[in-house]
Design a protein around this ligand. Structure first.
Ligand SMILES: [Zn+2]
Ligand SMILES: [Zn+2]
Length: 242
């Protein structure tokens, strides 16, 4: 957090050094990212990502969207537009915030985006099957995504029963756990633990963590055995995405 000298913000443990939430999902043939927050450019450089086929968006909040302009680096190398998958609410924000990418006369070097409108219907990105899971972020509908046996949800404080069904059977659930104190639009640590247990997913990782949650090493030691805090650079491997 800018300007903060709390124990998390000044920690020398790399796992306390968090950028905005995003993941790279890769099969042998296809690479996509979920969200392009303000740290997108640095995240791509840090992980040395050379190729990207698509961006899939959860919702239009700036911490998930602001970095989209930097997608243009991938356009330069492939000379092709990048596929964007967003629901109508997020699409509206993409068109508004990055209006110059949709202008009739485009100046050189702008991002080239190929917008695909999604809802809760499953879709494919290359050979990666994607099942949207609708969750609630106070009053905003947000999409989580299930890729095979892996489900990723960043911004929720409520999930309806019918959507929980889509999460069940996953091997791993990544879920937001902001902090211990109540928040109007994010699960607390306790609520997130309850959700992982309720949907009976054997392994949980928490993301979208505030500096207010506390030190990684301290919180990690307090969690149930099957639940962990995610950290920047964490890699999870699955046999196949089916
Ligand atoms: Zn949000
Ligand atoms: Zn967020």
């Amino acid at each position: 957090m800018i300007g903060c000298d709390c124990e998390v913000c000044t920690s020398s443990d790399k796992k306390d050094n968090r950028l905005r939430s995003s993941i790279l999902v890769q099969s042998e043939k296809t690479s996509l990212v979920v969200d392009t927050g303000p740290d997108f450019r640095y995240q791509m450089l840090r992980q040395n990502v050379k190729h990207l086929d698509a961006v899939v968006f959860t919702h239009p909040h700036k911490d998930h969207l602001a970095g989209l302009d930097d997608i243009r680096a991938f356009n330069f190398f492939t000379k092709k537009p990048i596929d964007i998958y967003a629901d109508s609410l997020t699409e509206e924000a993409v068109r508004r915030d990055f209006y110059y990418a949709f202008a009739d006369t485009k100046y050189p070097g702008i991002p080239e985006l190929n917008l695909n409108t999604i809802s809760v219907e499953p879709f494919m990105v290359g050979d990666i099957p994607v099942i949207p899971v609708l969750v609630w972020h106070l009053k905003m509908p947000v999409l989580g995504f299930r890729f095979g046996n892996f489900t990723y949800i960043t911004d929720a404080n409520r999930i309806e029963e019918a959507e929980k069904v889509k999460i069940r059977g996953s091997e791993v659930l990544v879920l937001n756990a902001l902090r211990k104190q109540k928040h109007i639009s994010h699960f607390t640590l306790e609520e997130a633990i309850e959700m992982v247990q309720e949907v009976k997913v054997p392994v949980g990782y928490f993301t979208h963590i505030s500096h207010q949650l506390g030190l990684h090493s301290v919180i990690e030691s307090e969690l149930p055995e099957n639940i962990h805090l995610a950290y920047d650079g964490l890699v999870l491997q699955f046999e196949e995405i089916k």
